[in-house]
Write a protein that binds this ligand. Sequence first.
Ligand SMILES: O=c1[nH]c(=O)c2[nH]c(=O)[nH]c2[nH]1
Length: 301
Amino acid sequence: MTTAADIVLGANQYGKGEVRLVRVTRDTATHEIEDLNVTTQLLGDFTDCHATGDNSKVVATDTQKNTVYAFAREHGVGTPENFLLTLSEHFNGSFEWVTGSVLSAESYAWDRIAVDGVGHDHAFARKGGEVRRTTVITEGGETVVVSGFTDATVLKSTGSEFHGFPRDRYTTLGETTDRILATSVTAWWRYAGTDVDFDKTYDAVRQLMLETFATQHSLSLQQTIYAMGSAVLEAFEDIVEVRLSCPNKHHFLVDLEPFGLDNPGEVFFAADRPYGLIQATVERSGGTRRPDVWAAVAGFC
Ligand SMILES: O=c1[nH]c(=O)c2[nH]c(=O)[nH]c2[nH]1
């Protein structure tokens, strides 16, 4: 018969998975952003906590997460390799029972959004991920072209406010005059006809939307997406309607005060959910609505 004495703990490790860190360097008006997803795993003799519930050697995963954010403020990020090396030195050097660690980081690259051909100071588009899409619907002798893109992730590190919203007993959100605004734009537009230079129009619409995101001082994501859609309708006669679906990818300023550090809008927790989901159609007044067309395109847009 097997008894507890015959059972031992095998390989184990633990830490915090996917610490989403965005660091904004804002010493000058030209901001830099660093965007990482860090996972920490500590190795060592953690038999007691597994076998008896003695946590005296468990560096809490919450502490590990806090260390990632605090180090981003204290030491900066720099290369992900150097950032992890600094964290490794800390975890392995501070707790004698920690005999090793496995630290990993994903690093997401961002380009500056070009405005009039020049990289914007504080508006960025994430590299990759974006997909151009189109749907052509032919029915009853009529052909309708709807084009757009999904997952164009953009972020502005300033130039965004959100205040003046109603407060009730469930409202805890603070008002802000300076926040990160980040979203992953899904945009579709319906063409009036089919005689269009689709490549040229696609590039120009996409560019105009990103430029508008970059340059419009935002009072809400709703205002921003309306401005993006309006700019397209103003510039392109052969587009009759624009639909936008944009998750508000919240970035929360990390409270570093418990660690004796200030956080002047520099170190953020990039939450992946829940997100605000802001969706709008921008159309020409008096234009014909085509719910049948949109129904043929998956989802709201
Ligand atoms: O731009 C925003 N629109 C909202 O409707 C909203 N709601 C919220 O909590 N934050 C924000 N931000």
